[in-house]
Structures are given as structure tokens and as C-alpha cells.
Design a protein around this ligand. Structure first.
Ligand SMILES: C[S@@+](CC[C@H](N)C(=O)[O-])C[C@H]1O[C@@H](n2cnc3c(N)ncnc32)[C@H](O)[C@@H]1O
Length: 229
């Protein structure tokens, strides 16, 4: 995501539908699903997915604020992320983004699309946060979680990762998490214990290669599925 050690807390920063499609290997079958985006922040995924006829609800604690207030927080995040990325250029793959200016342009376009949609998106956006989702059991088919779990490995313990994942698996039969690296681009120490615990609890869990890589080596998602009774 371009954050790093100089970024002390979780900041709003958003990606596009094109990036979500590749991070989560979204297929034509997935287009029929009712999706929950967990921690979608200012990503344009929700706006673009709905515009294309898809069904999605996004939750994020930042949705309790107005679009103007979120825009101010994005401006602060942008400065931090640019400064941090400039000191860690080698940690990223630049083939697609090409330059920091282009990266900021692509992300800003996505976040502006979110800001334009947020005010009129109604109940497609809910101010809520893990570990307590205001939804019924199995209300969704699929949960997507981008750049929140595993990314913030220093701030979120293994136990909290497990609590968060059990909660999303209560509201949907499947969750996909991307990436499985921490924000410094190293392997998250939580992946293995989470994998082992959820496997022993009876979930089907796999690590799968996806056609997206911005953090070097960040081209895998974690997929967890409930086994049908
Ligand atoms: C780096 S942003 C990622 C945004 C988006 N998913 C993307 O990849 O473009 C991380 C998001 O996690 C949200 N967040 C923080 N704590 C959360 C929690 N407990 N439950 C859900 N989301 C949370 C933040 O508000 C922020 O918008």
C-alpha cells in the first residue's frame, strides 16, 4: 500500500476496481455474489462495482465522517505515503505504476470516485468496524479485505486476526485477504498461526497467487471458506 514504519496508524488510502479485481482474482462467478468489503476506506471498488451492476456493501470506521473530513484525512495520508515511498522505492514493483507521480494520480482518481459516490451511496456504505459487524449470519456470499489484515501486523495481534476472521466468516461463507505481507513488505508473522488455527477449526484455507504485485513479493491472497454442513 505504500505505507511503512513512518506511518504510525491506519490511514485512509484507496484502490480501484481494477486493482481489487486482480488482488482478489475476481471472476464472472464472483460478479453474481453479494460482497462485503471490509475496511474499504476511500477505495472506489464499491462505487465502480455497483456502477457495473454488482451488489456490495462496504464497512469502515472512517465512514462516520463526512466526505469533506475524509478528503482532509486523505490529503494528510498522501503526504505521509509519498514521503515514505520515496525512501523505500526498492520495496515496490514499478513496472505498472512507473513513478510515484503516476501512483498518486491513479490512487487520487480512485479516491475522488469514492468521494463523489460516498454522499449518495446510501446503505452501500456502513460506518462499522471489526470485530463487530452489524449483519446477520451468512448475509453475504463473499468478504474482501484489502490492505488491513496482515498489512497492519504490528498493530493487530494474531488473536485479533483470528477474532476478525471468525466474524467475517460468520457473515459470509468465504473471505479473501490481500496482501499477506506486512506494511514493510515482509511476510506477516500472523499468517502461519492463523492458517493452522482456522484449519483446525474446520475451515478450508489456501494461499493463492494472484495477477497483482505492487509490494515486491506481494502477489498472494489468503482464501478461507466454511465447509458446507
Ligand atoms: C490502508 S486502508 C485500505 C483501504 C482499501 N481496502 C484499499 O485497499 O484501498 C485501511 C482501512 O482499514 C480501515 N480500518 C481500520 N480499523 C478497522 C477495523 N477495525 N475494521 C474495519 N476496517 C478498519 C481504515 O479506516 C482504512 O480505511
Amino acid at each position: 500500500m505504500g505505507a511503512g514504519r513512518n506511518i504510525p496508524k491506519i490511514v485512509p488510502w484507496g484502490r480501484s476496481l481494477d486493482e481489487y479485481e486482480r488482488m482478489f482474482a475476481l471472476s464472472d462467478v464472483d460478479r453474481q455474489k453479494f460482497i462485503l468489503g471490509c475496511g474499504d476506506g476511500p477505495a472506489s471498488f464499491n462505487a465502480e462495482w455497483r456502477a457495473a451492476g454488482g451488489r456490495v456493501v462496504s464497512i469502515d470506521p472512517v465512514y462516520r465522517y463526512s466526505a469533506n473530513a475524509i478528503a482532509s484525512r486523505i490529503d494528510e495520508a498522501r503526504d505521509l505515503i509519498v514521503a515514505n515511498t520515496l525512501t523505500n522505492m526498492d520495496a515496490y514493483v514499478w513496472e505498472e505504476m512507473q513513478s510515484i507521480e503516476r501512483l498518486v494520480e491513479i490512487r487520487t482518481k480512485a479516491m475522488n470516485a469514492f468521494l463523489a459516490d460516498f454522499g449518495s451511496g446510501g446503505n452501500s456504505y456502513a460506518a462499522a468496524q471489526l470485530p463487530d459487524l452489524p449483519f446477520s449470519d451468512a448475509q453475504f456470499n463473499l468478504v474482501l479485505c484489502s490492505h488491513f489484515l496482515f498489512t497492519y501486523s504490528e498493530l493487530i495481534s494474531t488473536q485479533m486476526h483470528l477474532t476478525f476472521l471468525r466474524e467475517v466468516l460468520r457473515v459470509a461463507g468465504e473471505v479473501r485477504v490481500f496482501p499477506i505481507l506486512d506494511m514493510d513488505g515482509g511476510p506477516s508473522p500472523h499468517v502461519e498461526p492463523v492458517y493452522d488455527s482456522l484449519t483446525s477449526e474446520g475451515f478450508e484455507i489456501s494461499v493463492e497467487r494472484v495477477p497483482y504485485e505492487y509490494q515486491k513479493g506481494g502477489n498472494e491472497m489468503l482464501r478461507v471458506r466454511s465447509r458446507r454442513p
